[in-house]
Structures are given as C-alpha cells and as structure tokens.
Design a protein around this ligand. Structure first.
Ligand code: ADP
Ligand code: ASP
Ligand code: MG
Length: 416
C-alpha cells in the first residue's frame, strides 16, 4: 500500500477548527487506501510566543533550554490532531521526535537529522493507524531534545518521507503552491505548476520561506517527489483535483527551459553588512577576518574585497541581521587589534533581492536587464553575487519591495 507523508504548517494548524479540517483531509486520503504519516508544525504564532517567554527572562538564553521550550508547540499539535482523527473514527497515534526516534546532532536550534528509525512507525502503519510525528524536533545522542531551525517542519516531513520510502511528500501550507515571488509582496505573482529542484534550492536559500532549504536538499538527495499545496481548500475536494492543484518540485532538468529566462524572485529582508577599512593586502587576510566570525558560529553570505591602493584594501561582507551585533563585537575584538585594520562600519538595514532561473544558462543579458531595472527606479546596488542560475544584489531595505515589484514586471513574470 502506498505511503504518503503530509506536512501541515502553522496557519494550517492555527485553530481547533483548522485542525478538524486537517483531520478530514487526512481521513479522506486514508479512506482512499493510502498509508498516511502526518507531520504538523506548532499552531501559528506559538513558537514565537514560547521563544519570546524565554527572551523575556534573558536576551541570549541557553540554546539547549530554548530547544526544550521551542519543541513543545509541535507536541501540542500532534496530540490535538490525533484526537481530531480519533473523533472521526480513525486509529491514530502521535509521537514526539525522541519517541520515533529522529536522531540529530547536538547543534541546538539548528540541528541536523542523522537518522530516522522506521520500526515503530512501520508497525503502526501496518496496523492501519495514521501516524502523526512532531515536525521541527529530534533528539541527540545523549537524549537532549533538539530543534532543526525555524521552518524546520518542512525538513522533518521530507526526511521522514525519505526514511519511510514514501511515494510522495505533500507540504500543505497557506498558499496554493510556489509562486514567482512571495504573493504577499507582489499580488500579480503567478503560481508555478512545476519548479526545478535546483531553482527551489536557490529560492529557498535566498529567502523564499515557503520551504526550508534543508527540506529541498533532502528532496534532492533522496529524489523524493515533493509538492507544495494549500491546506485552506475544501478538505473533501476530490483527490485527483487536489493532487494537481499545487506545485511539483521537478527533477527533470528541461521542464522549464522553454519558459521565461527567470523563474522567480527571492528576497531576504534581514541582512546586515560590515566593512573593514584599510586592511593590509597580503595573504591570509580574508581568513583572519572571517575565521573569528566563523568561530562565533555566524554565517557569512556575500563578500567583496576591493582592489588595493598603497597596499591597503577594504573588505565587506554580509551576515544575517540577527547576528549583526555579535559580528561587530567579534570584528572589534579580534580583527582590528590583530591585523592592524582601520575603521569598521556596518549597516543593519540592507536586504538582498535575487532573480533565479535555470533559463539563465542559455540566455545572456539577464544581469544587465536586472541592473537597468534597478537603475530606472533609482535604487543603488551595494553588492552583487552570482551563480550559474541566480543573480543577487544587496540594496537599502527601504527599496526592497519596490525592487521586487519592478523586477517581477521587467522579467514579465506575471504572464503565463
Ligand atoms: P507554513 O507555516 O505552512 O510552513 P510558511 O509561512 O513557512 O508556511 O511559508 C508559506 C509562506 O511563504 C507564504 O504564506 C508566503 O507568504 C511565503 N512565500 C515566500 N516566497 C514564496 C513563494 N515564492 N511562493 C509562495 N509562497 C512564498
Ligand atoms: N514551529 C516551527 C517554527 O515556527 C517549525 C515550523 O513551523 O516549521 O519555526
Ligand atoms: Mg514554513
């Protein structure tokens, strides 16, 4: 019997009425003869609320204790959904990550899944039970509860689907698929019927939070057919209609080649930029600047080093905005003193906008069209980075939405 994994996000689980609707949808799939594992998120707002409680007590709480707290939202969700399914007459059982177990490393708040035991879940499925497993959390070797990073339930779902060799993983959310850009920012955004795995990977890594990037990596590594679709439609809609209503992440390289050069626009509001002036231009400098940043567990994204003048150069890089103060402290403590650099300045109000598309490989002039569009809007580009299928620019955060809308129009993404 084919197994399907369903994942429901926070909005989809946001009230007991919504949970009853999830139960109806899951029961419909089970009635149609599928084995079903469900991976829900915490009810919307809940993870923020409980992390907020910890931060009311202390600005920078112990990550182990944060995970202990953050993981509880999903535990409430799985129990409620099991009850809602039992109320419909279904056999259902819920598990926390440690009960499966879903084993992870010990990087609290951003743990990576190491293995998922399928024994207990397979036995339940064989007995006709619907199995509900907490998203977002796991357990490390010492029995500590860990979480997988914000938005991590997507990753739990795809990883569970891969471990159980499911036929498909269906990610139900509050939009009906992956769009050319966030439909909450550009109302003309168009739903994509398919998006290539590579494009989805870029979009997720560049800020499109519709899927957590690691879930896309799992989908790619295990070739797990994954779809994004809406949980807010009629839960009893015919299965055949439902299955084609969302966006399929496709592993076929050429499905989008005939289409426009650009597939989508991603953005990340929360970037910050740091510049070290007057750095001696000699071997080992980039390492000396970025080594302490990496040691502080801060991820660096874009990097520029200018041409040197009189043996000195300027070095600029970006970090997530939440790490800006920490990065500044690290630079002030280590870099300035040890490498004899000049001033360090920063800007925590910058955003990154990226155009993504496999079509870029076979088309020229995408960068110039992007830069012309931004210039026409009077938007200054502060940094640029490119890969084979994306171009990213860093701009002042106050122009971010304007840039996304202008680029969406310039690349004619609203047209089918
Ligand atoms: P969930 O709680 O179901 O995991 P998320 O809020 O994490 O939902 O992700 C869904 C949201 O992602 C949408 O409401 C939408 O605003 C946002 N989003 C960003 N980029 C895109 C995109 N390209 N296509 C669709 N949604 C997007
Ligand atoms: N509840 C977690 C979060 O808010 C995980 C998720 O929703 O995917 O980040
Ligand atoms: Mg999400």
């Amino acid at each position: 019997m084919a197994l399907i994994v369903h994942k429901y996000g926070g909005t989809s689980m946001g009230s007991t009425d919504r949970i009853k609707n999830v139960a109806k949808r899951v029961a419909k799939w089970h009635d149609a003869g599928y084995q079903i594992v469900v991976v829900p998120s915490a009810m919307s707002g809940e993870t923020n609320r409980i992390i907020g409680l910890a931060k009311e007590i202390m600005a920078d709480p112990d990550p182990r204790e944060l995970d202990m707290i953050a993981s509880t939202g999903e535990q409430v969700s799985v129990g409620l959904l099991a009850i809602a399914l039992q109320a419909l007459g279904k056999k259902a059982v819920s598990y926390a990550g440690w009960q499966v177990p879903i084993k992870t490393d010990s990087s609290y708040t951003k743990a990576r899944i190491a293995s998922i035991d399928d024994v207990k879940v397979s036995a339940d499925l064989a007995e006709g039970k619907i199995v509900i497993i907490t998203g977002f959390q796991g357990v490390d070797e010492l029995g500590n509860i860990t979480t997988l990073g914000r938005g991590g339930s997507d990753t739990s779902a795809v990883a569970i689907a891969a471990a159980l060799k499911a036929q498909e993983c269906l990610i139900y959310t509050d939009v009906d698929g992956v769009y050319t850009t966030d439909p909450r920012v550009v109302s003309e955004a168009r739903k994509l019927n398919t998006v290539t795995f590579e494009e989805m990977l870029e979009m997720a890594s560049l800020g499109s939070k519709v899927l957590q990037i690691r879930s896309v990596e799992f989908a790619g590594n295990y070739r797990m057919p994954t779809r994004v679709l809406s949980s807010l439609t009629d839960p009893l809609m015919p299965l055949a209609e439902e299955i084609v209503s969302g966006t399929l992440i496709s592993f076929e390289e050429d499905t989008n080649m005939e289409q426009a050069t650009i597939t989508g626009i991603a953005f990340n509001r929360d970037e910050a930029k740091l510049t070290v002036f007057g750095v001696p231009d000699k071997p080992g400098i980039a390492y000396q600047i970025l080594g302490p940043i990496a040691d502080a567990n801060i991820e660096v994204d874009m990097i520029i080093q200018n041409q040197s003048v009189d043996g000195k150069t300027d070095f600029t890089f970006t970090v997530p905005r939440g790490d800006y103060n920490k990065a500044m402290d690290v630079l002030n403590a280590s870099v300035k003193e040890h490498i004899g650099a000049g001033n360090i300045i920063g800007d925590a109000k910058v955003s990154k906008v990226s155009v993504v598309g496999v079509g870029m490989r076979s088309h020229v002039g995408i960068a110039s069209q992007m830069f012309r569009t931004l210039s026409d809007e009077g938007i200054n580009i502060q940094m640029i980075s490119t890969s084979e299928i994306k171009i990213s620019v860093l701009i002042d955060e106050k122009y971010m939405e304007l840039a996304v809308r202008a680029l969406h129009k310039a690349f004619e993404l609203e047209a089918a």
